[in-house]
Design a protein around this ligand. Structure first.
Ligand code: ATP
Length: 134
C-alpha cells in the first residue's frame, strides 16, 4: 500500500482521478500531509495550494477554493468549489479579481457581502501565489 486512490472534484467536474503517493492540503488549521493508510477523517479545506505526488513520484500543484476532504479505507475524496492547474490560470483575470475585491472591501458592506468578497480575494491571491511559485 504505497499509494491511495484519489478523486478531486470541483464545480467544473472531475479535476483529478488516480492514485497518489503523497499530498499536502491547505486545511483550515494549516497545511496537512496525507500519506497512504491515513486515518479516517473529514475536514474542511480553505483556499490555498494543493500539492500532490503521483505514482511516478512527480509532484503537481493546483490552486483550490474552499471545500472538504474525506479519507477512508485508503481512498481520498476532495470536493472543492474551484481547482486550477498553474497552466490554466489566467493571470490578468486573477489580478483584476484581486483589485476588484480589494476596492469593494473598502465600501460599506453587509456581513454576507464581506464574507463573499474575502473568499473571492483569497481565491485571487491563491491563483497569483501559485503562478509566482511555479
Ligand atoms: P472572477 O471574478 O475572475 O470570475 P472568481 O474567483 O469569482 O474570479 P470563481 O467563482 O472562483 O471565480 O471561479 C469561476 C470559474 O472560473 C471556475 O471554473 C474557476 O476555475 C475559473 N476561474 C476563476 N478565475 C480564474 C483565473 N484567473 N484563471 C482561470 N480560471 C479561473
Amino acid at each position: 500500500m504505497n499509494t491511495f486512490a484519489t478523486q478531486i472534484i470541483s464545480s467544473d467536474g472531475m479535476f483529478y482521478f488516480g492514485r497518489l503517493k503523497n499530498m499536502i492540503i491547505p486545511a483550515v488549521d494549516g497545511e496537512l500531509g496525507i500519506l497512504p493508510g491515513h486515518e479516517e477523517m473529514i475536514i474542511a479545506l480553505k483556499e490555498g495550494i494543493l500539492r500532490y505526488q503521483d505514482g511516478k513520484e512527480e509532484w503537481h500543484k493546483a490552486a483550490i477554493g474552499r471545500g472538504t476532504i474525506q479519507f477512508a479505507n485508503n481512498r481520498c475524496t476532495i470536493v472543492v468549489d474551484t481547482a486550477e492547474k498553474p497552466e490554466d490560470i489566467d493571470i490578468n483575470r486573477a489580478k483584476e479579481a484581486k483589485i476588484r475585491a480589494e476596492k469593494k472591501l473598502q465600501q460599506k458592506l453587509s456581513e454576507r457581502e464581506y464574507r463573499l468578497l474575502q473568499m473571492s480575494l483569497a481565491r485571487a491571491l491563491t491563483r497569483l501565489k501559485l503562478l509566482e511559485k511555479n
